[in-house]
Design a protein around this ligand. Structure first.
Ligand code: MN
Length: 231
């Protein structure tokens, strides 16, 4: 046993549907602009860009239940509902044809974004970390194992705020489907068990206010519900 000079951080993890056991999280990769309509609403041409990525710390993933804190430093906290992929087997330079073999399961998550900080970062050609990688910036529902849900490739993905539909899309609109996303990431880094991927958001992103009730879902993966905490 390694002896540490301070208490190590607890292992970040996410619940597993129908189980007491949890899925340990290693890294969190996120795809930018992976639905054409969302790329357009962000002012970009969806046909011209290979996928690009940013990351969140592992412990940004928190249970999408109860109150999710409203983060500091923003006046424009945005919701981005996403299909979340959990990697159970590692690999480098994985082909799209083999990529889905790495997947352990899927969940519904929200890529919370400090849009005002992101707008400044884009303008100043600065990194996105401060806009994307804050505490509790990845609330997620329980993981559903592939053995139970297969590999969802089409079906509704949606998010409501206070019961009103804000985001609505279909997984078949992903510009880079899950297999391609995994293949691309594995060209850059060696994927490892415990890695998690937020696969991008459909159109309709918008601001959240303290007290808002967020419900979101992906067909076949159930629904998540949380409130936005006080400022
Ligand atoms: Mn996103």
């Amino acid at each position: 046993m390694t002896e540490f000079v301070i208490q190590p951080a607890p292992q970040a993890s996410v619940a597993v549907a129908g189980s007491q056991a949890r899925f340990p999280i290693r890294r969190v990769f996120c795809v930018g602009r992976n639905y054409a309509a969302h790329a357009r609403e962000m002012g970009k041409d969806p046909d011209r860009e290979p996928p690009f990525f940013f990351t969140k710390p592992a412990d940004a993933v928190v249970a999408a239940e109860g109150a999710v804190p409203y983060p500091p430093l923003t006046e424009n906290l945005h919701h981005e509902v996403e299909l979340v992929v959990a990697i159970g087997k590692g690999g480098a330079n994985v082909s799209p044809a083999q990529a889905l073999d790495l997947v352990w399961g899927y969940a519904v998550g929200v890529d919370m974004t400090r849009r005002d900080l992101q707008d400044v970062a884009k303008k100043m050609s600065r990194p996105w970390d401060w806009s994307k990688a804050f505490d509790a910036s990845g609330p997620s529902g329980p993981l559903h194992p592939v053995s139970a849900v297969g590999h969802p490739a089409k079906g509704a993905i949606w998010l409501k705020v206070n019961g009103e539909v804000r985001q609505q899309g279909d997984l078949d609109e992903l510009i880079w489907p899950v297999a391609d996303v995994i293949a691309y990431i594995s060209e850059s880094v060696t994927l490892a068990p415990g890695d998690v991927i937020f696969t991008g958001t459909p159109a309709g992103v918008g601001a959240l206010q303290p007290g808002d009730v967020v419900t979101a879902g992906v067909e076949g993966l159930g629904e998540i519900a949380f409130t936005v905490g006080k400022r």
